[in-house]
Design a protein around this ligand. Structure first.
Ligand SMILES: Nc1ncnc2c1ncn2[C@@H]1O[C@H](COP(=O)(O)OP(=O)(O)OP(=O)(O)O)[C@@H](O)[C@H]1O
Ligand SMILES: [Mg+2]
Length: 292
């Protein structure tokens, strides 16, 4: 036995030596990154920051503080803070600061007198007044996915639109190789994108905070009002990346009435029904895995 162990150890040493000689240290490091990549990608629940929730709040990082509170199970405190932030975004005084790079939408950075910043987007003319950014936030919020910054409806000069909390200090996902595509993101994000049928999945629509939390912005190309014929087969191949037991339970507890109640002000009935069909399709497919 001991002989075998020595042989094994010698082989490992030989392999390591030649590995370093022929491929160099860089490739070994690359190997480590590959090895730990799934952990990095899945670890979206890591603490937002080393600062405590009250510190974050004092620093003006309101949404970050709320996510931290929820992560630590301080739900009633989180809810109170959420009400306060929503009140600012809905009614607070602000001024326009600058236009942000905009492709399809017209995002404007605004500065509130209370200190926080937000992104105001007017609703596109063809939208039939569906407020997709707000609806995406509500889906995120109903399931506690906590990847979309708070987004509320807000009209400016008679123009309806959405007001989304601005995440400062974050980097665009397209600067992170692992997030060039939103499909590479954590399960919370995958589940969100499936439910809202997001068709704009490039890394530029993600933000990554210094502590590695992934944030979903630009949820404007979403809520397809019908189910594509290929959708079910696609879901089958991606099922285990989209849902786990924790999310299965959350989704199962989310009633149709609650979805209707929250989304009716912002989405057409067709879009809501398509979302409910997607949810039911996912639950039906996942049931044999999680209810053995
Ligand atoms: N909530 C937010 N927090 C921080 N930055 C944001 C937020 N929303 C938007 N941004 C910044 O503004 C940019 C443009 O916003 P968004 O992607 O929503 O608009 P867009 O019209 O699709 O523009 P693009 O075509 O550049 O993606 C983002 O790439 C990001 O840098
Ligand atoms: Mg975008």
């Amino acid at each position: 036995m001991r002989h075998l162990a020595v042989k094994f150890w010698t082989a490992v040493k030989h392999f390591t030596a030649s590995h370093f000689e022929t491929l160099g240290i860089a490739s070994s490091l690359f190997g480590l990154v590959i090895l730990f990549n799934p952990l990095i990608v899945q670890a979206n629940t890591c603490a937002l920051s080393l600062s405590s929730a009250p510190d974050l709040w004092r620093q003006g990082k309101k949404q970050e503080s709320i996510w931290q509170l929820k992560e630590q199970g301080q739900l009633s405190e989180g809810l109170l803070r959420e009400k306060e932030l929503a009140q600012t975004l809905r009614n607070g005084e602000f001024k326009f600061a600058q236009k942000l790079a905009g492709g399809h939408t017209d995002p404007n950075l605004v500065q509130f007198s209370s200190g926080i910043r937000a992104v105001w987007k007017p609703l596109p003319k063809h939208s039939r007044q569906d407020n997709l950014e707000v609806a995406a936030y509500l889906v995120d919020h109903m399931l506690g996915l906590d990847v979309v910054p708070m987004t509320v409806p807000r009209a400016v000069n008679g123009q309806n639109g959405s007001m989304q909390y601005y995440i400062a200090d974050a980097q665009s996902g397209n600067k992170h190789r692992e997030y060039y595509h939103r499909k590479k993101g954590p399960m919370s994000l995958r589940l969100l994108d499936y439910l809202i049928s997001n068709s704009d999945l490039w890394g530029g629509n993600l933000l990554v905070t210094p502590s590695g939390k992934v944030i979903a912005i630009d949820n404007a190309a979403t809520f397809r009002p019908y189910i594509r014929p290929t959708e079910e087969a696609k879901l089958r191949t991606e099922l285990t990346q989209i849902i786990n037991l924790q999310y299965y339970r959350k989704l199962k507890n989310l009633t149709e009435q609650e979805i209707q109640r929250q989304l009716q002000p912002y989405l057409s009935q067709q879009r809501i029904e398509a979302l409910i069909t997607r949810k039911d399709m996912l639950l039906k497919m996942a049931k044999p895995i999680f209810e053995k």
